[in-house]
Design a protein around this ligand. Structure first.
Ligand SMILES: Nc1ncnc2c1ncn2[C@@H]1O[C@H](COP(=O)(O)OP(=O)(O)O)[C@@H](O)[C@H]1O
Ligand SMILES: [Mg+2]
Length: 309
């Protein structure tokens, strides 16, 4: 069963009474149960608008959204969801413990138990700060409280809008660890971010949204594998490398006794045959591009299309 289904949603905002901003244009995707799903795109792409529609905070102009097959506008469908908003505001005179108890008692009695709250405080690394007012805590700690309030009723589906923003590298690792733990327990985690490297590390699937339209939707692995277009061949600095036909290698970089050649896939066999014949071959490796490099190119090409229109 799919945890989230988004079917053809569209949303246009009106700014200053007359100016229309198309935030989402016919966006469809689904999120498999038990997966970690990265929702990425540049600022203003429409990520938060999509998430607010899912959570019933905004109405789409068209289309519909579902959690586990039920329309997400039904409050009962949202019971299985933990939500972290992009810019949450908390009652800052409460302590983290009080806030979590307050949130938990809106769900059910089991969540509001003191030991459950203590467990969540521990999980997000806030045990030591549990009884200090939120207003005295650092930004990173407040962000962790936000994550804590999504965990307290142990939902099956987590919808997190930029859970890593404003966190230092340690804080980001903590959030990434929590997401991985949740996934191991069979939970579904859907989160938006502009830190693409985190997606590559944690997610099964990724959706790239640009200017309100889906630019890519599919497994992270597929994107990265498809980019294996070239290979790096390292050879000893000898006659064979120098005798390479023009166009066979894309570039070469000399480093002392070795030469690094960038070779397109279709020429790989010929190049290897030539250099190994002279006993000069040292290593062959696919030139791996990161998800970030691939998506930055996709985003740039989408900008290019807009300019050309
Ligand atoms: N309440 C609103 N009123 C007018 N425009 C909005 C509103 N919310 C979002 N937008 C516009 O919709 C677009 C998408 O915004 P948003 O969903 O917040 O993007 P993201 O979260 O990907 O950065 C932006 O152009 C933004 O200015
Ligand atoms: Mg946003």
């Amino acid at each position: 069963m799919t945890a989230i289904d988004v079917r053809s949603i569209g949303k246009t905002f009106t700014k200053k009474l007359t100016k229309k901003v198309c935030a989402l244009n016919d966006v469809s995707f689904s999120v498999a149960e038990g997966s970690a799903f990265g929702f990425i795109g540049p600022n203003g792409a429409g990520k938060s608008t999509t998430i607010k529609i899912l959570m019933g905070l905004l109405r789409p102009d068209s289309g519909s959204t579902f959690f586990y097959g039920r329309n997400s506008f039904e409050p009962a469908a949202r019971k299985r969801v933990g939500y972290l908003a992009e810019n949450p505001a908390y009652y800052d005179y409460l302590t983290p413990r009080e806030l979590l108890e307050f949130v938990a008692c809106h769900f059910d009695a089991a969540s509001a138990r003191g030991d459950r709250v203590a467990e969540v405080l521990e999980q997000v690394g806030l045990t030591d700060a549990a009884d200090r007012p939120i207003r005295s805590l650092s930004k990173g700690m407040v962000q962790r409280i936000g994550l804590g309030q999504t965990l307290v009723h142990d939902p099956d589906l987590y919808i997190l809008d930029e859970p890593m923003s404003g966190l230092d590298p340690l804080g980001r690792v903590l959030v990434a660890d929590i997401i991985q733990q949740l996934k191991r327990r069979g939970k579904t985690v859907f989160f938006s971010t502009h830190i693409i490297n985190d997606v590559e590390r944690i997610c099964d699937d990724v959706l790239l949204l640009v200017g309100g339209s889906v630019r890519y939707h599919g497994p992270v692995k597929t994107v990265v594998d498809q980019s294996y277009g070239t290979y790096e061949v390292v050879v000893r600095n000898g006659a064979a490398a120098a005798a390479m036909e023009p166009g066979f290698v894309l570039s070469e970089a000399r480093e002392g006794e070795t030469v690094r050649l960038s070779v397109p896939k279709q020429n790989l066999e010929a190049v290897i045959a030539k250099v190994s014949h002279h006993g000069e071959l040292l290593s062959v490796e696919p030139e791996r591009r990161t998800l970030e490099q691939i998506f930055v190119e996709l985003i740039k090409s989408a900008d290019g299309q807009k300019v050309g229109e």
